[in-house]
Design a protein around this ligand. Structure first.
Ligand code: PHE
Length: 450
């Protein structure tokens, strides 16, 4: 019964597209190069790939299992699965909703920048500029009195508008054509970057692992980045999982999404690091890395104006499909728990996010009091979610699916009318029960002790 009332994805393609829409975003194009650049390049990449494939995918499957079995938001999912009116495991749901708020707050800061940069691209503001001028543009924009705030609020409003229209109409439709287009334009950019003079040095930095650089900090950063990039560990995919049809194969969807997400992150690295080395931008430049290297690359390209414009249009949309999935966690929870309409829930969620989000955006001003030493409010929110809340949420999720939900229930969800080979089923259960929790716990504890 509940199934009929809930909105749902129309097809298997719908799940893949919506999940990929959630996964692909600033995490790949902005945050991944930033993290790889500050955590040793190749050493980070190798740890990242291992974690994304070995822990990220099983975690994604676990979230789908919980969501589809419970058919509800991440808060009540655990009560339902436990068959009780209250369950200690609901803490995962609470953590997830808090996490969704906090991520959305700082994510929309950068989302706002993408809108601002779309405007700059349209106005051809990068043409003929040298590196110093492009860097100055970034500093001027992020430190501007009201522009970044305005862009952030526009972005939040756009997100709310889509979410109000519901899962199928809103979320599915926007991603279907636009994500493949983004991939295509990134391939073109890659080719351009590979012809730049610093390509060799950039590729060496990005692909050549210096194992001595692998520290506890690198491990937790790679873990946090892979969870962040795959949208796992905070209930977004429990929510999307609850819209998956009974007969859809979620294992292949999860594998497909992980591969696509990883591919886009690696492509972003192949675009950004050769460019950074060519133009003399430090790979550990942090927040400004993507927003200074990319305009420089476009400037060197034939047809750069059009490519730049198209790229930022697609980036805005990729970012929007991620913010939608974040707001959807909040909206699904508020509508089902407080029994208010989607519209109201979206407004409440948006206003709540906006209040914290303003602080994140203002903390980029050079004289901002919202800085503690080198750390901005933005950094604090980013670290709190990616390095603490998501790993903790991920750990609890695999423990729940591996040890609490019951093997038959899990296998029942995984098998899809016995279409999944036995070996694969066993492999997934092994990873979810043993490998993933142990690995997450070790990494989490090791960084706390550093
Ligand atoms: N995965 C998104 C990205 O890479 C960000 C995100 C995190 C979205 C968590 C939803 C949940 O941009």
């Amino acid at each position: 019964m509940a199934e009929q009332k809930r909105d749902g994805f129309s097809s298997k393609l719908g799940i893949i597209v919506a999940t990929a829409g959630s996964a692909l975003g600033l995490g790949n194009i902005y945050r991944f190069p930033c993290e790889a650049g500050t955590n040793g390049g190749g050493a980070f990449l190798i740890v990242y790939l291992g974690i994304a494939l070995l822990i990220g995918t099983p975690l994604m499957i676990s979230e789908f299992v919980i969501g589809r079995r419970a058919r509800s938001n991440p808060l009540s999912a655990f009560r339902r699965l436990e068959g009780k009116t209250s369950s200690i495991w609901s803490i995962i749901g609470y953590l997830g909703v808090v996490c969704a708020f906090l991520i959305l707050a700082f994510y929309t800061t950068v989302a706002g920048w993408t809108l601002g940069y779309l405007g700059k691209a349209a106005a051809n503001q990068f043409a003929g500029q040298n590196l110093a001028q492009i860097q100055q543009q970034f500093a001027d924009f992020t430190g501007h009195a009201w522009l970044p705030l305005f862009c952030q609020m526009v972005f939040l409003a756009l997100t709310a508008m889509v979410v109000m229209r519901g899962v199928k109409n809103g979320i599915e439709r926007y991603s279907k054509i636009l994500m493949p287009m983004l991939l295509l334009i990134m391939l073109v950019l890659c080719i351009k970057s590979l012809t730049l003079s610093g390509a060799g040095e950039g590729l060496r930095f990005f692909f050549w692992p210096d194992f001595s650089k692998i520290t506890g900090r690198v491990l937790i950063s790679a873990l946090g980045q892979s969870f962040f990039s795959l949208s796992v560990g905070m209930g977004a995919l429990i929510t999307y999982g609850s819209y998956i049809g009974r007969n859809d194969n979620m294992v292949s969807s999860a594998v497909g999404v992980t591969l696509a997400d990883t591919l886009v992150a690696v492509l972003a690295g192949v675009i950004i690091f050769p460019a950074a080395f060519t133009f003399g931008i430090r790979p550990e430049a942090g927040a400004s890395l993507a927003f200074t290297t990319l305009p420089m690359v476009f400037q060197q390209m034939a047809g750069g104006y059009i490519f730049c414009l198209l790229f930022f249009v697609l980036l805005v949309i990729a970012t929007l499909t991620s913010t939608i999935s974040l707001l959807e966690v909040i909206v699904a929870t508020l509508t089902e728990e407080l029994r208010i309409t989607r519209g109201r829930a979206a407004i409440v969620g948006t206003i709540g996010t906006a209040i914290i989000g303003v602080l994140a955006t203002l903390s980029f001003r050079p004289d901002s009091p919202l800085r503690l030493g080198n750390n901005t409010v933005f950094d604090l929110l980013d670290h709190l979610t990616a390095l603490y809340l998501m790993p903790l949420g991920g750990l609890l999720i695999v423990l729940f699916v591996g040890w609490r939900m019951g093997r038959t229930n899990v296998l029942d969800e995984l098998t899809n009318s016995d279409s999944l080979p036995l070996g694969l089923r066993r492999g997934i259960v092994f990873v979810v029960r043993y490998l993933a929790p142990v690995a997450i716990a070790i990494i989490f504890v090791s960084q706390l002790m550093e």
